[in-house]
Structures are given as structure tokens and as C-alpha cells.
Design a protein around this ligand. Structure first.
Ligand code: AMP
Ligand code: MG
Length: 323
């Protein structure tokens, strides 16, 4: 998607306009104390899909959902005692908490990229905070750089990387921390450090006790939380027609006899926006399998196919987890 990108100093007026753009489903880059984020309305599937398209990400990885404070976080995730203690000590600040997603969160399934959890953070930057107020909703935001490039800490970095792909860049000067947030997983019994970052892990441990170190997979509970969503039914990819008993998840106009169509017009952003919800629906619909029409391996199609290939691999035959 191409877009005319405007760079504006983050004045009150520009932030108000940015909030309106977010509510209209557009992408806005904004400063946080860690790095610049590429923001979209976290409740809007199409807007979240547009983040992956603008970054040219080859995979759907889960996104951090930015909120004003712990009260706003509690509307989208189950906030336990450890989360309360950490939020009281370090929010707003460079600490992201991964918590169970509430069924009534209203968040796009794409922000979780198929997981049952959501990463939430209240950023400590006056522009980010004012933007969250103006948007009046949670804002999904990965770092505002094209996939594979380093995270941007100035508006100029964002313009170099994403100019022409997003609506607006709010310029709030250089980022104070310049490192991504520390990510702590609170879904299991034992809290785990998923990513070291701007808040020292020692500070987190002082508040809630020891953290399992990054990549300590076997020590983690093998529960559902950190495993990617695998459908119950077998998935058959590149299918031209359903076999008896199968549902057909179509793509584009040529798809015949589709049970659901990811995008009748063949639009990959629309398909990405529909992917998780449609697979979940078909999985519970009384079929014996899900046949999926071919999806082109270009742009967002790569991330869609990556996810479908993972979902087509039965969990018990899978050697490697996505996370
Ligand atoms: P970035 O895209 O640069 O903002 O990085 C986001 C980080 O948060 C990545 O390390 C993600 O893997 C992690 N993350 C986001 N959401 C989740 C989640 N639901 N579960 C586990 N990790 C998450
Ligand atoms: Mg990044």
C-alpha cells in the first residue's frame, strides 16, 4: 500500500489529528521512550494487517498493545497480582507484560498472532500518552521500521524506512531509552523474561521474584498460552476444491464453493485481517477438515502462507515452536 507520508512536529493539534487517523484505521508512527512505534487501532483487523504490510514482515509475530494505564490494560487482559505489582512499580515505562487475553477484549486476533495472550505496555512519553488519549482505544505498535532493519529512535529514521507507506509520523525528537521494552511473560506459574530491554530484569525480579531467563523453553509450562494456535481440524493447503466433509477457505474470485472467503477481491490485507477469525470459525463448524485455496506468495501473502503452513503441521509432529 502506498500512502503520502506527512511528518509533523508533535503539537497538540497534530496529536489530535493523529488520534483521528488511528480511529479511521490509518497508520501513525509516534515516539515512545523506547523507540518509535508504528501504531494502528488494535481493535481493527484491517488496520493491524496494514502494519504487517507496511513493515513488509514475512511473518505474523504478535504485537505490543499500548494502553494509557493499568485500568485500560485490565479491559483487554487478565491482570493478576504480579501484573498489578509490576504496573504499580514500573508503568508508565519500558516494561511489557504478556498476559492472558480476555474473551471480551475486542482486540483484533492479529495482535496476538494466534496466541491466547496479549502483550501490553503503558509507555512513558508525553506524546505517546497524549496520542493514546486522543485515539480513545488501545494502539498496537511494533517498532516503526521495515522488517529486518534496526529500530528507529528519531522521526528521520522512520521516514527513511517507512516513508510512502504510512499516513503520518509524529516527530517528538529522539527517544530517551533507545532500547526496546523488557518483555515479561506472566501467563504461566513461573514468570519468564522473553526479551531483555530498557528496564533491567533485576528491577522486575526485585518486585516479583526470579524470572526464568530468555529462551528457557523447557522450564516453561507446556500449557497453551505460549503455543501458537493450531486448529483442531487438519488443514490442506493449495486446494482447488473441497473434498467431501471439508470446508473450503477461499481466496479471490476463482474460488468455487467456498465456505468462507478470505478476500473475494483477492486483497491480501483483507485476507490477513480475516485469517485467524475465519480459521477459528471453520475449525468449530462441524467439518472434517479445512481446505485452503492457493494464496500468492507476495507481500502479506508470505506471512499468511507462513502461518497456514504452521497451522497445517500437527502439533505432535512439530519439532519447533513459533515462539
Ligand atoms: P516489537 O515487534 O519490536 O515491538 O517486539 C514485540 C516483542 O513482544 C517481541 O519480542 C514479541 O515476540 C513479544 N510479544 C508480543 N506479543 C506477545 C505475546 N502475546 N506473547 C509473547 N510475546 C509477545
Ligand atoms: Mg522491532
Amino acid at each position: 500500500m502506498t500512502d503520502q507520508t506527512t511528518v509533523r512536529p508533535a503539537t497538540t493539534e497534530a496529536i489530535t489529528d493523529a488520534g483521528q487517523l488511528l480511529r479511521a484505521g490509518r497508520l501513525v508512527a509516534f515516539p515512545t521512550e523506547t523507540v518509535y512505534g508504528l501504531g494502528a487501532d488494535a481493535t481493527d483487523d484491517r488496520a493491524v494487517a496494514a502494519i504487517f504490510a507496511a513493515k513488509d514482515r514475512p511473518r505474523f509475530n504478535p504485537l505490543i498493545v499500548h494502553v494509557s494505564d493499568a485500568r485500560a490494560a485490565r479491559e483487554v487482559v487478565d491482570f493478576d497480582e504480579r501484573a498489578k505489582a509490576l504496573a504499580a512499580a514500573f508503568w508508565p515505562g519500558p516494561l511489557t507484560l504478556v498476559l492472558p487475553r480476555r474473551p471480551d477484549s475486542g482486540l483484533s486476533l492479529l495482535v496476538s498472532a494466534g496466541l491466547e495472550s496479549v502483550a501490553v505496555r503503558a509507555p512513558d512519553h508525553p506524546v505517546a500518552r497524549a496520542l493514546l488519549e486522543a485515539a480513545e482505544r488501545p494502539v498496537a505498535a511494533p517498532s516503526a521500521n521495515a522488517s529486518g532493519r534496526i529500530s528507529p529512535t528519531t522521526a528521520a529514521h522512520v521516514a527513511q524506512s517507512l516513508g510512502g507507506r504510512i499516513s503520518l509520523i509524529l516527530d517528538g525528537g529522539p527517544c530517551r531509552v533507545g532500547l526496546e521494552s523488557t518483555v515479561v511473560d506472566l501467563c504461566g506459574d513461573a514468570p519468564a523474561l522473553l526479551r531483555p530491554g530498557g528496564l533491567p530484569a533485576e528491577a522486575v525480579e526485585a518486585a516479583i521474584g526470579p524470572l526464568a531467563p530468555p529462551g528457557s523453553g523447557p522450564a516453561r509450562s507446556p500449557g497453551m498460552q505460549s503455543r501458537h494456535y493450531a486448529p483442531r481440524l487438519p488443514l490442506r493447503l493449495n486446494a482447488s476444491a473441497p473434498r467431501p466433509g471439508e470446508a473450503l477457505l477461499g481466496f479471490g474470485r476463482d474460488s468455487q464453493e467456498t465456505t468462507k472467503n478470505l478476500s473475494a477481491s483477492g486483497n491480501l490485507e483483507e485476507a490477513a485481517a480475516n485469517l485467524f477469525a475465519m480459521v477459528r470459525d471453520l475449525d468449530t463448524g462441524g467439518h472434517t477438515g479445512i481446505a485452503v485455496a492457493p494464496i500468492p506468495e507476495t507481500g502479506l501473502g508470505r506471512a499468511i502462507n507462513d502461518r497456514l503452513r504452521r497451522a497445517a503441521t500437527r502439533p505432535d509432529t512439530e519439532g519447533d515452536d513459533t515462539r
